[in-house]
Design a binder for this molecule. Structure first.
Ligand code: GLC
Length: 474
């Protein structure tokens, strides 16, 4: 090869190589794209939230080591909710761990729990995977402070319950506390005590816990149990920041894009009212009023979480049970205002759900069997969610069907002011096959006539009557 041929060959080779690389660049898939979940479109958000909005009624389960002392330490009652006993009773970690060593819920029957929820008309569950005490209810690989390694029970509770719920068609959700009284790097008190040896500022310590413990634990529960909801709590601690909240939301969604996350993932919650402040792009898909119901209807997504007695976790001395009527009326009020009801039970250390909770759930289920269509898949009315104190209104989505739910025994004529029935449509009381007579005038509104024999069937355990009306809201 003479010099000229050599040069030509070299140029050809270089050209070919560069062409190849160009082709390669085009064909190779670009680096995995990261989606920014804070920029989700409204329509994607609505699609993701759809099942949750239709579900309306879920069960909250507070269960963990605190169900062992059940509100009593050294034979003395510790004031307040039972799951706070470690903190309120000033119980040192090593002493509290003794309760974890005793936690052995041999009577836990996941199938029976799932059946109970289903019969109660609950469409989803949120169970504490880890509460503030830091004890994990699954076999965590980043910790041995969990049900499989630390307690005599050895079996994975989340696995059993998620499997049972899937069988019954109940959506499975997990509560996870950001605050942790057990992890040495997450405990401010522990930092204060040990600051002579531990020179790391507590915010730095918290970051270590955040990255090396919390995130891996969340990854475990999301990949192992495929939850539909992540329900954060304990976000108020000062170590945890708004930036971390946003990062956490992004992290959880990147592990499971269609998961639904409550607003306690970030710092936007406005106290017990529970709705997020709107002024600082806070993360979270729905508001979490605690032990209260919003005063008025809201177009935002929200869920009231409430106890049946006072404590979330089981407490031996807590006998302050609300009546079934009270709980059913809460559900109706919440649904009419456009929210969901997350009603709590606190199982005992044995794995048994307290009898008063079971009775109430059964009574709610019996009411829902008749009145279900006024609750599930409904939406709030645009102008009036109620009439007076004793009537609540709901509407079937995308249909001209309205429901008037009466919370008290009516008189022979019920007058509804803001509803116009379709001409000659039939009007029913749910659970009663005979249609009712009615008349409508612009001045008087809709008058529904209730025959005496029907009126006489009202009893205290009816709780509420639902009238189904084909028509429109005025
Ligand atoms: C509170 C409590 C907690 C309970 C929770 C339920 O933030 O700290 O014990 O789990 O509310 O909403």
């Amino acid at each position: 090869m003479n010099n000229i041929t050599k040069i030509i060959t070299l140029v050809v080779v270089i050209l070919c190589c560069s062409c190849k690389t160009n082709i390669k660049k085009e064909v190779l898939p670009s680096k995995k794209q990261t989606v920014d979940y804070s920029k989700e479109s409204n329509s994607d958000y609505n699609t993701r939230m759809e099942w949750w909005r239709n579900a309306r009624f879920g069960i909250f389960i507070h269960w963990g080591v605190y169900s062992v002392p059940a509100g009593f330490h050294n034979e003395k009652e510790v004031k307040g909710v039972s799951e706070w006993i470690q903190k309120r009773g000033k119980i040192p970690v090593s002493e509290y761990e003794k309760y974890a060593k005793q936690f052995n819920p041999e009577a836990f029957n996941a199938d029976a729990w799932a059946k109970l929820m289903k019969d109660a008309g609950m469409k989803y569950v949120v169970i504490t995977s880890k509460h503030h005490d830091g004890f994990a209810m699954w076999d965590s690989k980043v910790s041995n402070y969990d049900i499989a390694d630390f307690s005599p029970y050895k079996k994975d509770i989340l696995k059993q319950l998620s499997t049972a719920c899937k069988k019954e068609g109940i959506k499975f959700g997990l509560y996870y506390s950001i605050l942790d009284w057990h992890h040495p790097k997450a405990r401010y008190e522990s930092y204060l005590k040990n600051r002579k040896e531990d020179k790391t500022p507590y915010k730095e310590n918290f970051k270590i816990y955040f990255e090396d413990y919390m995130k891996p634990q969340l990854k475990e529960i999301i990949t192992n149990y495929d939850p539909e909801i992540l329900w954060f709590d304990g976000e108020w601690i000062k170590e945890f920041t708004h930036e971390q909240g946003k990062e956490l939301y992004q992290y959880v969604r990147s592990l499971k894009p269609n998961i639904i996350v409550n607003n306690r993932v970030d710092k936007g919650r406005n106290g017990m009212r529970g709705m997020s402040k709107t002024d600082n792009d806070y993360a979270g898909d729905f508001g979490t009023p605690e032990q209260e119901i919003l005063e008025k209807a809201s177009a935002l997504d929200w869920e009231s979480c409430m106890t049946m007695n006072k404590s979330w976790g089981f407490k031996k001395s807590d006998h302050n049970w609300k009546s079934s009527k009270h709980l059913i009326h809460n559900l109706i009020d919440i649904v009419a205002k456009g929210g969901n009801y997350l009603l709590n039970v606190g199982p005992k250390e044995t794995g048994v759900i307290p009898q008063p909770s079971i009775e109430r759930l059964q009574e709610m289920g019996a009411w829902l069997k008749i009145n279900d269509e006024a609750i599930y898949g409904t939406e709030r009315l645009q102008n009036n969610y109620k009439q007076g104190d004793n009537i609540r209104l709901t509407k079937k989505k995308n249909k001209d069907i309205l429901y008037a739910i009466i919370l008290k025994k009516p008189t022979t004529t019920i007058v509804l002011k803001n509803i116009k029935p379709n001409t000659e449509s039939s009007l029913y009381l749910l659970g009663h096959s005979q249609s009712l007579t009615w008349n409508y005038t612009e001045e008087k509104g809709l008058e529904i006539h209730i025959p005496n024999d029907l009126l006489n069937r009202w009893s205290e355990t009816i709780y509420a009557w639902t009238f189904r009306i084909n028509g429109k809201e005025l």
